[in-house]
Design a protein around this ligand. Structure first.
Ligand SMILES: [Zn+2]
Length: 455
């Protein structure tokens, strides 16, 4: 039987307008006028609430198998569903085994079985010494590859230098898959850290952590990646861009027609270094959250299209690893695990920030729907309300006001820098491939998420 979803505010690639989305089985078969409900279709009328496509988050650390005490498919995908995110792409590290060969990918698939509330896909890893594993991983269905140019924090996920990158790009050239890079190089980080320690820096102060990850670590890494992108013609994607000082490099590469894309994350767009308290290690991530002027420059680059998309980089850990034990003294930034936990909050966080800046909600779907779907090879299938796409739908109340409490965090550990933040906009319902999976703050049925392999 067909279904019809209508509202006076449906967001399609043509804009926000009254419409009816017609669904047969798992797919959208047409977007029609508001009055044009097919006879015999089951009608869901959402009134004036905004109907958005399910969002796509291409930067999530699910940490399963192997570190399910940090996160896992069940908790991560529940959080995603509650936040209107219907496709997650999992990073290849923090899980054990790391997704650096086909056997590890199979272990991930087995771990996800029967647990995922939303659809998902996997990035493979490029690490020192695994060049021979890349083509088999590509054939086995990873969406692309991620590498680090600096220590990842995970010993099993070795960072790569220029020589390793050249070996990897030779292999990636024929796959058509993108190389995603954590764009910080070690040199400036090591030099800054040594200088700070030599001067007896107080590592409980955020300013010292920020100074230990200077802009130059990002700009040097991005310059290297652009050179290799040009040489090998492999699509390169900069994950979690933090430093606005790298924007001229990206602009120049794009002007020269190189296949270079970039993302920034919700925390770089929402928070600013000036507001981060000493010892507040729930804000620790790398690259770090920089100053307010830098944040405004990132917004400018998004508006200009220089930054293509926004991801969460949800990367949680047990609170003890953030050294947030209440019996402890103020935590040290250098001892705390890096990663911000936020899965499920990106939509209201971005929307709240966009309202203040007078931006149309259509941009949000470009940044968190169509652009990440394209990166993961899911264009036309995910992140868009159009004929032929999966019927992934979000019913969103753009005016609801609420404050983030621990009960609103559905990932495993309720530690997040967003606790206490006042937001506008709330997800009322989430649908995946034509089935309602979340409504009235509760999940419906059982996990039916499926792996998505790129076209
Ligand atoms: Zn990450």
């Amino acid at each position: 039987m067909s279904q019809a979803f209508r509202s006076t505010r449906v967001l399609t690639p043509e804009g926000l307008a009254p419409a009816t989305v017609v669904v047969e089985g798992e797919r959208i078969v047409g977007v029609r006028g508001w009055v044009d409900v097919p006879s015999g279709a089951a009608l869901e009328d959402f009134g004036d609430f905004v109907l958005l496509p399910g969002l796509v988050d291409t930067h999530v650390h699910i940490n399963e198998p192997g570190r399910t005490d940090w996160e896992g498919f069940a908790t991560a995908t529940r959080a995603a569903a509650a936040g209107g995110v219907t496709t997650l792409v999992d990073m290849p590290l923090n899980c054990v085994p790391e997704t650096i060969d086909v056997k590890a990918l199979e272990a991930k698939r087995a771990a996800a079985e029967g647990q995922a509330w939303v659809d998902w896909a996997a990035w493979g890893g490029v690490v020192r010494g695994n060049a021979d594993a890349l083509e088999p991983l590509a054939e086995a269905g990873v969406a692309g590859f991620k590498c680090f140019l600096v220590h990842s924090g995970i010993d099993g996920f070795a960072w790569v230098d220029e020589r390793d990158l050249c070996l990897a790009m030779e292999r990636l050239r024929d796959t058509g898959l993108p190389l995603l890079a954590h764009a910080e190089v070690a040199g400036p980080v090591d030099a800054a850290t040594r200088a700070l320690s030599g001067n007896g820096a107080e590592w409980r102060k955020y300013a010292n952590y920020l100074a230990s990850r200077p802009d130059e670590a990002e700009t040097e890494a991005i310059a290297l990646l652009i050179r290799l992108c040009e040489k090998y013609k492999v699509p390169v994607h900069i994950v979690h861009l933090s430093s606005a000082k790298a924007l001229p490099l990206i602009r120049d590469a794009r002007d020269r027609g190189l296949p270079l894309t970039a993302e920034t994350c919700t925390h770089y767009l929402w928070f600013a270094a000036e507001e981060i308290a000493d010892g507040a290690t729930e804000f620790k991530c790398a690259p770090p959250i920089r100053g307010a002027a830098n944040r405004e420059a990132l917004w400018g680059a998004l508006g200009e299209g220089l930054i293509d998309m926004v991801t969460s980089d949800h990367s949680p850990c047990p609170p003890a690893m953030k050294r947030r034990d209440p019996t402890h003294e103020l935590p040290r930034w250098d001892e705390a695990w890096g990663g911000v936990a936020s899965l499920g909050l990106a939509l209201p966080v971005l929307w709240t920030a966009m309202r203040r800046r007078g931006l149309h909600i259509g941009f949000l779907v470009d940044w968190m729907g169509e652009a990440p779907a394209r990166l993961a090879g899911l264009a036309g299938r995910k992140g868009v309300l159009t004929t032929g796409a999966d019927a992934d739908l979000v019913v969103f109340d753009p005016d609801a006001s609420w404050k983030v409490e621990a009960d609103d965090l559905h990932f495993r550990h309720k530690l997040s820098p967003y606790l206490g933040v006042e937001l506008r906009g709330r997800v009322l319902e989430t649908w995946v491939r034509g089935e309602r999976i979340f409504a009235q703050r509760d999940w419906i049925g059982s996990p039916r998420g499926r792996e998505q392999v790129r076209a």
